[in-house]
Structure formats: C-alpha cells, structure tokens
Design a protein around this ligand. Structure first.
Ligand code: ADP
Ligand code: MG
Length: 232
C-alpha cells in the first residue's frame, strides 16, 4: 500500500536578515496505521517538520506527498482543504476557545466542513464520548482539568475523521499521571486504526509509540521500530 506520508529531500530555510536552514534533506515514509514519535532536543527542527507535514507551512524544496497528493503544487485554499480532510492537530496548550463549551469547541472543524447543526451536534458528542468526556459536553474550558482540556482538543482533532493525527508535545503541560491518561486515549485511537504522529522530548512518552524518529540539527539521524509500551 502507498504510504500516507512520503517526503523526498525535504528542506526548509527560514528567510530573514540571516537565513536559517532548519531542515536538511528529510526522507520519510509513514504507513497507514503507524504510531510514531518525533524526538530531538529543543531547536532540532521537530515543530518545523511537523508543521510542514501538517500543511501549516511549506517546504523550501523537496517533495511531499500526503495521502497520494503532491502538496507542493497546491495553492492556499487547496492546502486548507487537504488539512481539513486529512489532518487533525493537538497542541501542548490545548488551544480551546474559552467562551465555548466542550461540544462547541469540538464542533468548530465541522462548521468549516459544512455540516448541518444537527449532524455537527451528534458528531461532536460522539467524539467527546470516544475520549471519555461524554459527561462534560456542556462545560467550558475553565471548568475542566488540564487532562480534560486535552481530551476536548483530541475530540476536536478527530471529529473530522482525519487520516492522520498530529500532536506537538501533547503531554508537555501535564503531570505524569495525566500524561498517561492522554497516552491511553491515543493508544485506543491508534488501535481503532488512526495513524498518529507525536512530537515529544520525553522518552516515556515516545516509548508508548511503535517507531521513533530522532532529529538533530535539522536532520533525521535515526529511525527505528520499538516494542510499544502498552497502557491499555
Ligand atoms: P523544535 O521544535 O525541535 O524545538 P523548531 O522546529 O521549532 O525546533 O526550530 C528549529 C530551528 O528553526 C530553531 O533553531 C529555530 O530557532 C528555527 N526557527 C523556527 N521557526 C522559525 C522562524 N519562523 N523563523 C526563523 N527561524 C525559525
Ligand atoms: Mg517544537
């Protein structure tokens, strides 16, 4: 089967008074159903790579094919479409809208996807149930714990049924116990067939994946399969 992510000689140069070469010749293949961790010290290029793979930013050169589509040739509107159809994102700081309930936060991507209010409501509640938050659908973010907020963010990321879920330091703001709860949610979603890629600098978190990519100074220096630490 064709990989869901394939890059060839991907480079990123941030242009400025002084150019910064943040990614060097990244060759990467990710198959459907994989769960992988992207590791490396601060400044090694993890977020830069994730942002390009997530179609939030563009490479300076090289090829990137996402779910069979060459991303380099797409205009901004097409890039937004592929992002909405294929990708879900989770960030360290949840990025929830404070005035909206959990359900309304989760519904947001469905508004852009053009679903009816009734269908949006139903799908949002289902996604919240999937992450174990079926009893908190009407709470606002400030009424939820850090772990619960991250569950809402995960529900929002999966509500469009993406091909790939991308998470940048998803447990970075959480204590160890809460981190493990969130990793359990990820492992359940992975078991249900989702492809998952997460940035982390914590070995315990990476150990919950099946494959670890290691970055250093903008290069991919290691790529190996591991025996996954299962929490479910
Ligand atoms: P990581 O996520 O691994 O900590 P980043 O991908 O955020 O690393 O950054 C990689 C390198 O690129 C860093 O040296 C950073 O300073 C630089 N960088 C990131 N974003 C920009 C930008 N918008 N403009 C210029 N340099 C950037
Ligand atoms: Mg980063």
């Amino acid at each position: 089967m064709a990989p869901v992510i394939e890059t060839r000689l991907l480079n990123k140069i941030y242009r400025g008074a002084i150019d910064y070469h943040a990614l060097h010749d990244i060759d990467l293949q990710v198959q459907s159903g994989e769960m992988l961790a992207l590791m490396g010290s601060s400044g090694s290029g993890k977020s830069t790579l994730m942002n390009i793979l997530g179609c939030l930013d563009r490479q300076s050169s090289g090829e990137y094919v996402l779910a069979g589509e060459a991303v380099a040739g797409l205009n901004d509107a097409e890039l937004a479409r592929i992002r909405n159809q294929q990708l879900g994102f989770v960030f360290q700081n949840f990025n929830l809208l404070p005035r909206y309930s959990a359900r309304q936060n989760v519904e947001l991507p469905l508004i852009y996807a053009g679903l009816s209010p009734r269908e949006r409501h139903k799908r949002a509640v289902e996604a919240l149930e999937q992450v174990g938050l079926g009893d908190r659908i009407n709470n606002r973010p400030n009424e939820l714990s850090g772990g619960q907020k991250q569950r809402v963010a995960i529900a929002r990321a999966i509500v469009n049924r993406p091909t790939i879920l991308m998470a940048d330091e998803p447990t970075g703001a959480l204590d160890t116990r809460t981190s493990e709860e969130i990793l359990q949610v990820f492992q359940h979603l992975h078991k249900a067939g989702l492809t998952l890629m997460m940035v982390t600098h914590e070995p315990d978190v990476a150990a919950c994946c099946q494959r670890i990519l290691q970055m250093q100074d903008g290069r991919l220096i290691d790529d190996r399969q591991i025996a996954q630490r299962s929490l479910i």
